[in-house]
Ligand binder design. Sequence first.
Ligand code: RFL
Ligand code: PHB
Length: 406
Amino acid sequence: MNRLRTPIAIIGAGPAGLLLSHLLHQQGVDSLVLERRSRPYVERRVRAGLLEHTTVELLRRAGLAGRLDREALRHEGLELRINGARHHLPVTELTGLSTYVYGQQELVKDLIQARQEAGGRLWFDTDDVTLEIPDGGGPCTVRCTAQGQPTEITCDFIAGCDGFHGISRRSMPATAQPAFERSYPSAWLGILAAAPPVAHELVYAAHERGFALASMRSPHVSRLYLQIDPDDELEQWPDDRIWKELRARLDVDGEAGLTEGPVLEKSLVPLRSYVSEPMQHKRLFLAGDAAHIVPPTAAKGLNLAVEDVQVLSEAFAAFYGSGQDTLLEGYSQRRLPSIWEAEDFSDWMAHLLHRLPDAQAYGARLQRARLDALVNSPTAARQFAERYVGLSRSFAGAGKERAWQS
Ligand code: RFL
Ligand code: PHB
């Protein structure tokens, strides 16, 4: 049995775990990152693409935006296509802030490189992780198989950054972790294709056949999504069916602006919302998708993960700097108002744009009223833009007293 000690064991080398370890290092706190998958696997995993201004600013301040600043695409607006009619939303004009398109796997590559250059400890291919968090306080234990060897790590704290299906949240007793969740009667089929983007901005299409999103990763690579039935399997969606359906949903006057190309990757994503509240159990702290999930429609998950680890790294640094645990104990309370604002906007945007199971129902009429307001009311457009760029999260009430109690 190998035995070692680290101040903080971080479970998961996704954006949350890697960035946390980088920010801790910059504040003089050591950590060890344990990742179940191989390095090539995490560097190739295609997921998010849209980063908020605040996320990019944080990456710049952390010295992580060199390649991002050269390669990311800066966007000032988006296009809505509602049953074949175009509507432009000038997001930057309405908020003063831009959004950026930069693939999550590119960010993960940048983070891994930065950690390795700084001599950070990242253990890939680490299996059988189990956590022991003593009830009475005191050090935690992480057991795992690392490089084929049974290994025991003693640490002051564990940061659970292992995503929605990870071990960390499941290591909390059910009583310590009331969960709030919602599922949706849809899934997303996503493809990455070697084809130029549909437009220079993102196109969100609310069509009677279902939602479609035309995003991108570069001027030569498109990222495209279709709302599909949650029970559908990938085999039911050969490439020609996907292109045909995208064409139908993105169509404006017989023209979708779509160029077909080889499909490089194809995946299914169930839509769900989930919040673990609180995000802490004794010396275990959850961050990113391990703590909360949103439907990807509003592009919030990665941005929330970045905010979580910024707050958590400051709290750990305060603990190691002055022995104060006030910020650590306040972590959930500080994060939850922003998280709930993003949960609300993501849920609202999912309901706004996805085809509902019964197109004749009351909910479908509400959807139509909301789309009318968004297109016709400058106030509604401004509010949407503020929520889309994440500005509204800064008003979400962290650290403020509630006038009412629930
Ligand atoms: P991740 O990325 O899931 O990383 C968790 C890591 O933990 C590892 N792991 C374990 N390691 C050790 N032991 C175990 N037992 C382990 N179990 C798991 C995993 O292998 C993995 O490496 O979580 P993290 O770091 O919290 O990052 C969250 C983001 O990945 C997620 O929120 C975003 O991808 C969400 N998202 C989007 N967010 C945005 O802000 N903007 C977007 O444009 C956006 N688009 C999207 C998205 C998510 C999507 N899908 C696939 C759900 C588009 C899609 C289609
Ligand atoms: C993406 O490019 O993956 C993406 C962009 C915008 C969204 C969701 C996903 O709202």
